[in-house]
Each structure stands twice: as C-alpha cells, then as structure tokens.
Design a protein around this ligand. Structure first.
Ligand code: BGC
Length: 342
C-alpha cells in the first residue's frame, strides 16, 4: 500500500508534511508530522474525524484535534507530583493544573516521520526526543508512535518510550470521531465496557472514588444513544455539559482488549476501540458551538464529535488509589490502541 506525502505548510519550528496512508479499499488516513495529528480519516468518501483543512487551523487554539497527547494526558493537580522523594513543578495551563502535558505539549511539536508499507498496511513511524525538564518532567524521553492503517480498516497506534531518569508518562491520541459524518454525534450508540468511572471535582480533578455506574448516566454497558443522558440532571454531567470522564475498563490486564464500540444507526458504520490501557476518557466535545473552528473555518458544533482517549487514570501520580504509569530509567514503556472501522 503506497504512502504519499506532501508539504503542508510552515510551522514556527519547521516545515510540516502530510502523509496519506491509503489501504486496498481506497480508504485513507492523513497524518501530520506536526503533533502526530490524525488530520483526516475518509471512508467511502465520508470524513469521520473533526479537524482542520490547513495548518493554520492547528496553529491556532484548538482542542488538540487528532493529536498525540503527552507527556501526561489529562490533568495533574496543581501541576506538581512527587517521585522518588523529589517534587517536580510542571508548567500549568488550566486553573493551576496541568492539562495534556502543558502549554507546549506533544500536540504542538514537530516529529521525525518515517513512512513504511507492508503487504497489508501503510504506516508512519513518528519519533521525538522530549528533553529533560520539558514542561517540568524529569528525564530525556525518547518517544515513538507508530500509526498503521491496514486493509481491514484498522488504525493501530503503538506507543513506545525510554528515559534516562525515572519519570511518569501517560500517552494518548485525541481524535474526535464522528462516524456518521453528521452535525452531532448524539444519535450514535455508545457502548463502554466499564462498571466504574472516576468522578471529578469542580476543577475536573478525580476525587479518587471509583463508583459503580449502575443507575447513573455513566452506565454505557448495554450501549445507548449518546444524546439520551447528555442533558441528565446528574451533577457530574451538568458540570461537564456532557461527558468528560475516565471509565475504568473492565478486566484490563495490559493485554489488548475491546473497551468501547460506537455505532451510527443511520449509516450502519461502526467503530471499535481496543486498548492495553486501563482507562478511557469519553469526551463529547462539550464546548459552546463556535469556541473552536474546523474544516472550512466552520464553527465546531457542541457534541460535534467524540473522543475515546485511552489512558492511565487522570492525576494518578497524586492519587493513592490509582496506579501511576511510571517509567524507570532503562525500561521501555509500551502501549497499544486500535480503532477498527466496520
Ligand atoms: C479533556 C477536556 C478538554 C479536552 C480538550 C479532554 O481530554 O478531558 O476537559 O476540554 O480534552 O483539551
């Protein structure tokens, strides 16, 4: 399967290239070396992800469309954590907390890119070295993210990292899916294999509790249209203006397992998400319409897409109950997430 590439504009840090991964069915995934952004996924002529159609859209404030998020996806309370007796002060970017790796996170960096093909897939391998102290984190960190798009319409994301000093690491991808290609995702049926979730306080930090989803809007076990409970009176839903929560994936043991399925009844299209990670953040694009822009400069509608951000739990380095994703010097971090389109 061929990988083509083209110059896609000039970012302050250098030229941006767009890689087109096209599979045997003619379905294409576009990847930028800027932020490792999944800029487009087109199947049968329908665009299935939110994003922008020029680099400028990504250089302007945007909600991390399609990007690699790191070093630590989601929030770290008071932008600080302690590891091996040393407290690390991170660069804060939201209410005194750090969100998605800080104001200069992985989503805005240029990555070295190496396209490749196999008999049944097209891909691109992205690498960057995050220097010691970047956004406050310890260790020189070498990160590789490999995107592979195969003939079965499966987009695989393999993450690997090494460090020269002990650190914490929580990598994800922030693609906003809309498999219907419609205005909102409210009619799409979402199933999440999770009996528990991590509620948050008024600063959107986990409280540390892991309540069961029974009888709450967070019960996606049987699958339900996203719009059914998005206006629910539940305080967690009201505070977020929708869903913006981490779910505890049932049975997670580090092996690759299905965590969520999204179905669009109108088109019959289906998206399955598999991951080795223990959590998945369902984010339903809860911003007011027009806070951000997308393709053609159009205002991004509230509930215009949904993210399934596979991850370790938010703020885990500061939460006793949560397993912290530690990476020790000399060890290798590995994680895999696959999005399958049917
Ligand atoms: C967070 C949201 C945030 C969004 C855009 C999501 O992962 O959970 O709170 O608004 O990313 O940065």
């Amino acid at each position: 399967m061929p990988v083509t590439h083209e110059f896609w504009g000039q970012a302050p840090a250098g030229p941006v290239t767009r890689y087109m991964l096209t599979n045997a069915g003619g379905n294409a995934v576009a990847v930028l070396n800027y932020g490792g952004i999944i800029q487009s996924i087109v199947m049968d002529g329908v665009e299935l992800v939110l994003g922008c159609d020029d680099l400028q859209g990504y250089l302007e404030p945007n909600p991390s469309y399609g990007a690699i998020v790191g070093r630590y996806a989601n929030r770290i309370a008071d932008a600080r954590f302690t590891l091996d007796g040393t407290t690390y002060e991170l660069v804060a970017n939201e209410n005194g907390n750090q969100l998605h790796g800080g104001p200069e996170g992985f989503n805005g960096k240029l990555w070295e890119a190496e396209p490749f093909t196999t008999d049944t897939a097209a891909g691109v391998k992205l690498h960057r070295r995050s220097p010691d102290g970047e956004m406050g984190y310890p260790g020189n960190l070498d990160v590789t993210v490999t995107y592979t798009w195969n003939d079965d319409n499966e987009l695989r994301m393999d993450y690997a990292a090494t460090t020269d000093s002990d650190t914490v690491l929580n990598l994800t991808n922030h693609t906003y899916f809309n498999i219907g290609g419609t205005d909102t995702v409210l009619n799409q049926v979402v199933q999440i294999h999770a009996d528990r979730f991590t509620p948050v306080d008024e600063r959107q930090l986990p409280t540390g509790e892991l309540p069961i989803v029974d009888g709450t809007p967070f019960d996606f076990r049987a699958g339900k249209p996203l719009g059914r409970d998005i206006d629910a009176a539940h305080p967690q839903v009201r505070a977020a203006n929708g869903f913006d929560h981490n779910f505890v994936i049932r049975g997670s043991d580090g092996s690759l397992r299905e965590c969520a399925v999204v179905t669009d009844p109108a088109s019959g299209r289906k998206l399955r998400c598999l991951t080795t990670e223990p959590g998945v953040q369902l984010f339903t694009t809860n911003f007011p319409t027009g806070k951000y822009r997308m393709r053609g400069g159009a205002p991004t509608p509230t509930y215009g897409g949904l993210c399934l951000e596979t991850q370790h739990f938010p703020d885990a380095p500061n939460q006793e109950n949560f397993d912290t994703p530690l990476l020790k010097a000399g060890e290798t971090f590995n994680s895999t997430t696959v999005y399958c389109f049917e």
